[in-house]
Design a protein around this ligand. Structure first.
Ligand code: 5AD
Ligand code: SF4
Length: 459
């Protein structure tokens, strides 16, 4: 399209945000906008934002600072802030001199119109949800917007995210998600399965089902209640879909066995469970409003490992939560040692405005202590990951190739360094043709580091 307006889209944050960006991208193309890959040539810049930690927001604020300077020489440039930070800050963000549009996650179906208004009439706009906690967002425009997504806006070739629920009603005391994404609501099973079929028709081989607590998925219709295991079963019979993953799990007994049985019995369901513990101290778990004890967490993953052979488990931890003592932290270290996760993401506690943690608890663990605990926990995990990764040596594994690694040069010859993942989410690096991106391959593992397996392509 010769005269079409050019859009640059920058995404911060989690998989849910990546999916929202893919939806937006698809809608922009449908509306004959052109997506460009540099800010320089763009008529409008969209920033999809994250509010989960203060650091994520600071990055956006400094990005906006740069854009303010750029707009001094390019006053026609339109800047839209979308996503969680847009919902959290609303009108306050619109006051920023760089910002023309503020659009929350539930309003993305309106974004195209808002963009046109801003590009052609120079009007500013604010679209966010009022009283977000009053009721779950029965949002038909969002549902339609989402379920029409079947284009090849692939975040990674051959792969797509499918959100099976929106929002979260768990109210962990540190977490901003319910306040920016609203209360938990599950999408209808029929809509999910139609969407997966269309994605499969477009060549998608792996789908990742998304939900803030994806194992809480529950949809009642007539006298049947559908849970995640039912969605896995339905997705499994869709031709073309080879691997099915789901993230993120909340540690709870409810539906847990059914989900593990689905993982054991359905070959397409990947044996990978991302199930954050957040802490190993019962005192801290209680203060976090997590509904389980350390022992219950360990029993749960033990159960999963017993049901599902070769299961790989990953987790998240927050260090430096208010009142976390050295002893509480030691209990987290003990949990990590017992749980044997494949890998863990460790975050330093960051008080988020409006959460119970921020309102009622004092952020009283000094930054240096948070930093020290962060490094120590990663160090403990590294030894475990290293041991688990060595178990792959000399073995052949099936991988889905994501594409050339950051190290490889686009002009390199036929063979480049490729990055792929196993069904259990291990990262595998090996040399092979670029054309393997989006394809399955068999790789023999010849070397390993705690987080990466190195292999050779099997012929
Ligand atoms: N501070 C630090 N980490 C947080 N997370 C969520 N909220 C916060 C916060 N306020 C972490 C949790 C969650 C992951 C996505 O981010 O570990 O699982
Ligand atoms: Fe994702 Fe949570 Fe960040 Fe929103 S706040 S983008 S839901 S991680």
């Amino acid at each position: 399209m010769k005269d079409s307006k050019k859009i640059f889209l920058h995404t911060y944050g989690c998989q849910m945000n990546k999916l929202d960006s893919a939806l937006v991208c698809s809608a922009l193309k449908e509306a004959e906008f052109e997506i460009v890959d540099s800010e320089k040539e763009a008529d409008a810049i969209l920033i999809n934002t994250c509010s989960v930690r203060e650091h994520a927001e600071q990055r956006v604020i400094s990005h906006l600072g740069n854009l303010k300077h750029i707009k001094e020489t390019r006053p026609q440039l339109v800047v839209a802030v979308i996503g969680c930070m847009a919902q959290r800050m609303g009108g306050e963000l619109l006051k920023h001199p760089a910002v023309d549009i503020v659009c929350g996650p539930a309003q993305i179906p309106q974004l195209i119109d808002l963009l046109k208004e801003a590009l052609f009439n120079k009007s500013k706009s604010l679209a966010v949800t009022e009283n977000i906690l009053q009721h779950p967002l029965e949002n038909q425009p969002l549902e339609n917007f989402e379920s029409s997504y079947d284009r090849d806006e692939q975040i990674i070739p051959g792969q797509a995210y499918v959100s099976i629920m929106r929002g979260c009603s768990k109210f962990c005391s540190y977490c901003i998600v319910p306040y920016v994404r609203g209360l938990e609501i599950s999408r209808p099973p029929a809509v999910i399965s139609e969407q997966i079929k269309r994605l499969a028709g477009r060549g998608i081989k792996q789908i990742t089902l998304l939900g803030q607590a994806v194992n809480s998925y529950e949809y009642k219709t007539g006298d049947k209640t559908y849970c995640l295991a039912d969605i896995l079963e339905t997705a499994s019979i869709i031709d073309g879909i080879e691997w099915i993953k789901f993230i993120t799990n909340y540690p709870t007994e409810k539906y847990f066995e059914q989900i593990c049985f689905a993982m054991r019995d359905l070959p397409k369901v990947c044996r990978y469970l991302h199930i954050p513990a957040q802490s190993g101290s019962d005192k801290i778990l209680k203060a976090m409003n997590r509904m389980y004890s350390c022992q219950q967490y360990l029993q749960l993953i033990e159960k999963a490992k017993n049901i599902v052979p070769n299961l790989s488990i990953a987790g998240d931890f927050i260090v430096g939560f208010p009142s976390e003592t050295d002893d509480d932290f030691q209990q987290t270290v003990n949990l990590v040692q017992k749980a044997e996760h494949k890998n863990c993401f460790v975050f330093k506690y960051s008080p988020r405005p409006g959460t119970i943690g921020e309102k009622k608890l004092k952020d009283n663990v000094p930054a240096v202590v948070k930093q020290r605990r962060n490094v120590e926990l990663l160090c403990v995990q590294e030894k475990i990951s290293d041991r688990l990764s060595k178990e792959f040596l000399d073995k052949e594994v099936a991988v889905l190739v994501e594409g050339p690694s950051k190290k490889s040069h686009p002009d390199e010859g036929k063979e480049v360094q490729l990055v792929a993942r196993t069904s259990t989410d291990w990262i595998v690096v090996f040399d092979g043709p670029k054309t393997l991106a989006g394809q399955f391959a068999n790789v023999k593992i010849v070397n390993s580091t705690p987080l990466t397996l190195f292999g050779q392509l099997c012929s």
